[in-house]
Design a binder for this molecule. Structure first.
Ligand code: SF4
Length: 500
């Protein structure tokens, strides 16, 4: 069997075409060549400092007279130990500037509250309103701060003292992932000594293999592979042209994922390439022929049977957008019946459909409808909307997506500030840093991608799952806070939805 054009990927070698039978020695030589050229997938994160100062977490207000009294007392108590005298009452350096606590350094405050507890008469620590005002009810300042750190370091954020947030909540916080498997493997997969695959396939796989009389495969799958189960969604209109698409296109190339962009942006800015997916209106679908430079996939911006019939046999992969609005399930089934192989489910930035339901429910509906129909592997489901943190990624996959789109997190990685309506797709005003340049922006996106992939590996490793493809639709590996509460408290009088 001659694999004429091997394509190198992280965890598998994809055979391009199946043609002729080779002697064993030649086959062995080819296998050796293939093994020698194997390159393990890796994302190169490099610490990339913030360009804009991020709002600090706390404000520290110090009463000068109270502090003077304390220093006077401690001057005698710790005479000679001036570092001690001038650092107190904070061990984090907030009171250790040139003039001590008379000009505190609140940027260093971690909010431990020791100073306020010990000296309530002259120290007050409060949350910084400027930080609290970032984001909105869904994409909170905590998400933004985390994304900022991930994009700066490219690693998994580590915080001490355990998890201090709440357990359970709206949106993706409804889901707990099951990491208590008795078969939990070692951490070898997380530290790279063993492989956990994060590549996913986009396109259609046959539900069964068919062979001809000569033993050759009759129907090869029409699909492509990207190395991470996420892709970059188009930026909002206000930054849809210029440097932002350029940054995202280069980052998509380096990470080996895809960037979806309106086709006029692709054409006008010369961004066509294997990692860019032009979005084309059904009426213009004939333009598919004009996209060259290795373009592998295009996207149709809405479902239209006539336009689909025009391109369904085209060698490029074609995905079709499906907003989760109205009777979307009927449209989904119509698309599947007509052979659409990649369906892109879209909601607003909060992951909410027009009927108010959250994407985790809708993704499950779509996934299990295809499972029931017996064609799940023939269709790739991708979804965009509501991804605001690294944990949302595996949760969207557990509910049935093959891959998900990142939208606002990419802008936040570039330290953009969003204002106005941040729920409706594309409606928010985006203020980019004035000193944004391409190299810095690309590395920040790469860092974010690296951090989120590493966090995905943590979850997969903890679950004992060796590749992300197997996580798709694995709802048995997750628990819903609401279900657990109903099970535990449902019989108690007054519990919402309870029996009494
Ligand atoms: S809250 Fe803690 S870290 Fe902040 S100033 Fe007070 S002692 Fe220092």
């Amino acid at each position: 069997m001659l694999a004429a054009d091997f394509q190198e990927t992280s965890d598998n070698m994809v055979e391009g075409s199946v043609t002729i039978q080779l002697p064993v020695a030649e086959q062995a030589r080819l296998n050796r060549k293939l093994a020698d050229t194997y390159h393990r997938y890796n994302i190169d994160a490099v610490e990339t400092e913030n360009r804009n100062k991020y709002p600090r977490r706390f404000n520290v207000k110090v009463g000068k007279i109270g502090l003077a009294k304390l220093l006077f007392k401690e001057f005698f108590k710790y005479f000679g130990h001036w570092d001690v005298v001038f650092s107190r009452p904070c061990t984090y350096g907030v009171f250790s500037g040139p003039v001590g606590g008379f000009a505190p350094r609140p940027d260093l405050c971690v909010g431990c509250l020791r100073c306020e507890v010990q000296h309530p008469e002259f120290v007050t620590v409060t949350h910084n309103k400027e930080l609290a005002e970032l984001g909105d009810s869904y994409l909170t300042s905590k998400h933004i701060a985390t994304i900022d750190e991930e994009s700066r370091k490219g690693s998994v954020p580590v915080r001490g003292q355990g998890y201090r947030g709440r357990f359970g909540g709206p949106g993706f916080d409804q889901m707990f992932t099951d990491m208590s498997e008795i078969v939990r493997p070692s951490r070898d997969g997380i530290h790279g000594r063993e492989l956990i695959g994060t590549s996913v396939d986009l396109g259609s796989k046959p539900m069964r293999l068919k062979f001809g009389a000569d033993g050759g495969l009759l129907e090869a799958p029409k699909m492509m592979t990207i190395q991470v189960p996420f892709f970059y969604s188009p930026p909002p209109d206000s930054v849809a042209t210029g440097i932002v698409p350029e940054i995202l296109a280069e980052a998509a190339d380096k990470v080996d994922t895809l960037l979806f962009l309106p086709e006029n942006t692709v054409t006008n800015q010369g961004l066509a390439g294997p990692h860019v997916v032009p979005i084309i209106a059904p009426g213009q679908i004939g333009n598919i022929e004009s996209h060259a430079k290795g373009t592998r996939m295009v996207e149709m911006s809405s479902w239209n049977l006539t336009a689909w019939n025009q391109v369904k046999e085209h060698p490029l992969l074609v995905s079709i957008q499906l907003p989760l609005a109205g009777d979307w399930m009927s449209t989904l089934m119509e698309m599947v019946d007509n052979g659409v192989s990649i369906i892109h489910l879209i909601t607003d930035h909060h992951g909410v459909a027009d009927d108010g339901r959250f994407v985790m429910d809708l993704y499950q509906e779509a996934h299990f409808a295809l499972v029931d129909k017996g064609c799940r592997d023939e269709v790739t489901l991708i979804g965009t909307g509501g991804i605001a943190g690294a944990d949302h990624l595996p949760k969207a996959i557990i509910t049935g997506m093959d891959a998900v789109g990142l939208d606002y997190p990419l802008l936040i990685a570039m330290q953009a500030r969003l204002t106005g309506d941040t729920k409706t797709r594309g409606a928010a005003a985006v203020k980019l840093p004035s000193n944004l340049d391409k190299g810095w922006g690309v590395q920040r996106i790469i860092n974010l991608s690296c951090s989120w992939r590493d966090q995905l590996l943590e979850i997969l490793g903890a679950m004992g799952i060796r590749e992300v493809r197997r996580l798709r639709g694995e709802t048995g590996r997750a628990m819903w806070c609401g279900h657990l509460e109903a099970e535990a408290f449902g019989d108690i009088e007054g519990f919402p939805g309870g029996e009494h």
